[in-house]
Design a protein around this ligand. Structure first.
Ligand code: HAM
Length: 468
């Protein structure tokens, strides 16, 4: 060992012996090998924060979802984020991407095999059985809003935690329910400025699908050499998913493939045609997609996906999707129960809304403040906080900035936001128990008793809103 190395070694040993409990600075930046600075607590890949700047989009989608749910008589359900992993393995199905590749699986402290839910339909089917909802008048109409988890390869519009806005209707077989589902999803998107086209298909009953699958396997085996490697293994493992492959080399084989609609029996065909008649009546634009099979095993009959218009965000990746799952509840130990549902990917809808706004379209109309509260001095600030609190619940939208000291800059803010009234509170007003109300259009000012200010401004604002 060289003398230098020896010296270093003894230094390390010495340090070890004299070391006290290290003080960890949680906020310290660490430097990556590449030299780029990164925080120790960077976000996990595929996860994202939702910041206040995006709140208007989330709020708008949420509000449309809740008001449609109320109008169409759906009740809210919340299921846990953590469930037994078998719930999804059995329902979504082995051989699907979600189960084979994307589940966040772990053992909990009791050694139970659990997962972060990758979707909520299976949880809702479980809840339907657990709570004996089949005993209640059918159908049971439910909606939900919450995070889902899939350990997928992150890319634009694909996250590892994302939100679903979803609706499920359990206990009804009538085609009107299928149409209602599509209408609900269409409405949520349309009311948020996104024009969509719904891709529809029917994948029939399990027996019809099995007969079709057998013929499809024969066809695909004859074309095996033209398929990508993934599809070669899918032929036997998950045949129908070949139809969903996006690889260029598989497209000619997919285009020539037999179509499931030709394998449907009379009942399935009639059901599907009736749903289309409903969509015609409702004016919901749709496109028949014989290759649409969806990536989850529990479906039968009608399946659908929503896409934005060509060239727009959402044109390539689905904004939402769903379908019938008439056999799921029975397969989980419940009564035979027809069911249908859909979920929208909220982040994808938000992205589509943002894209539209970037191109100059105003989607969200934000209400501007009715009154700006300006103040001068520390005493005024104390009184102002009380007045701000008194305005809560008045329906008057206010704005203020405690940290702008000069009256001039506060009035500039008010002007910038075209606020019709400014309330001014200085040292004199604090002593007198009054406030000054300035009409920003006419420049006129009135002195009002602090105790009467909420009522006074409520009248003024009501008058403006009437004129608008
Ligand atoms: P899904 O097609 O797997 O269906 O998901 C629905 C929507 O969630 C997709 O169309 C997409 O917009 C969004 N989504 C899926 N994965 C991601 C991701 N990694 N990042 C961002 N968004 C994503 C279901 O989950 C079914 N449970 C739908 C359903 C309800 N069927 C019947 N009832």
């Amino acid at each position: 060992m060289s003398a230098k190395k020896k010296e270093e070694n003894t230094k390390i040993k010495k340090n070890k012996n004299t070391a006290k409990t290290p003080v960890i600075d949680d906020t310290k930046k660490i430097v990556k090998k590449s030299g780029s600075k990164t925080n120790k607590y960077d976000l996990l890949r595929g996860m994202h924060d939702i910041l206040p700047a995006d709140e208007k989009y989330w709020k708008s989608i949420y509000n449309t979802t809740t008001s449609l749910a109320e109008h169409f008589l759906y009740g809210r359900i919340e299921t846990p984020v953590v469930e037994l992993s078998n719930l999804f393995i059995r329902s979504v199905g082995k051989g699907t991407d979600i189960v084979d590749k994307e589940m966040y699986l772990f053992e909990d402290n009791d050694g139970k095999k659990v997962c972060l839910r990758p979707e909520a339909t299976a949880s809702i089917a479980r809840a339907y059985i657990n709570h004996g909802l089949w005993n209640k008048p059918q159908p049971i109409k439910l909606w939900y809003w919450g995070p889902m988890f899939r350990h997928d390869r992150p890319q634009a519009g694909r996250y590892r935690q994302f939100f679903h806005a979803g609706f499920e209707n359990l206990g009804a077989i009538d085609p009107s329910v299928d149409a209602e589902m599509i209408l609900l999803a269409y409405n949520i998107l349309f009311k948020n400025g996104i024009e969509t086209i719904v891709h529809v298909n029917s994948i029939g009953t399990p027996e019809e699908r099995e007969r079709y699958r057998a013929d499809l396997v024969t066809y695909l085996r004859s074309k095996r050499s033209y398929l990508c490697d993934d599809c070669k293994t899918r032929i036997n493992k998950n045949t129908l998913r070949v139809l969903d492959c996006k690889q260029e080399q598989c497209q000619p084989v997919i285009e020539e493939a037999p179509q499931i609609l030709d394998w449907l029996g009379e009942i399935s065909k009639k059901h599907f045609m009736t749903v289309l008649e409903y969509l015609d009546e409702l004016g919901v634009p749709y496109m028949l997609k014989p290759n649409l099979v969806r990536g989850l095993d529990y479906y039968n009959g009608l399946v659908f996906e929503f896409y934005g218009q060509v060239g727009e965000e959402g044109a390539q990746s689905a904004l939402g999707g769903g379908g019938r799952y008439d056999y799921l509840i029975e397969s989980m130990g419940g009564q035979p129960t027809p069911a249908i549902g859909f979920s929208l990917g909220v982040e994808r809808v938000v992205n589509a809304m943002k894209k539209k706004e970037e191109s100059g379209e105003k989607i969200i109309k934000e209400k501007l403040p009715d009154v700006y509260f300006a103040h001068l001095g520390v005493d005024a600030r104390r009184v102002l906080l009380r007045i701000i609190n008194e305005f809560y619940g008045s329906g008057i939208k206010i704005s203020f900035n405690f940290f702008k000291e000069s009256l001039k800059s506060q009035l500039e803010s008010a002007n910038k936001h075209k606020v019709p009234y400014v309330l001014i509170l200085g040292q004199k007003e604090v002593q007198d128990g009054t406030v000054i109300v300035r009409d920003m259009e006419s420049g006129e000012q009135e002195i009002i008793d602090q105790k009467k200010i909420v009522k006074f401004l409520a009248k003024k604002v009501e008058m403006i809103n009437k004129v608008d």
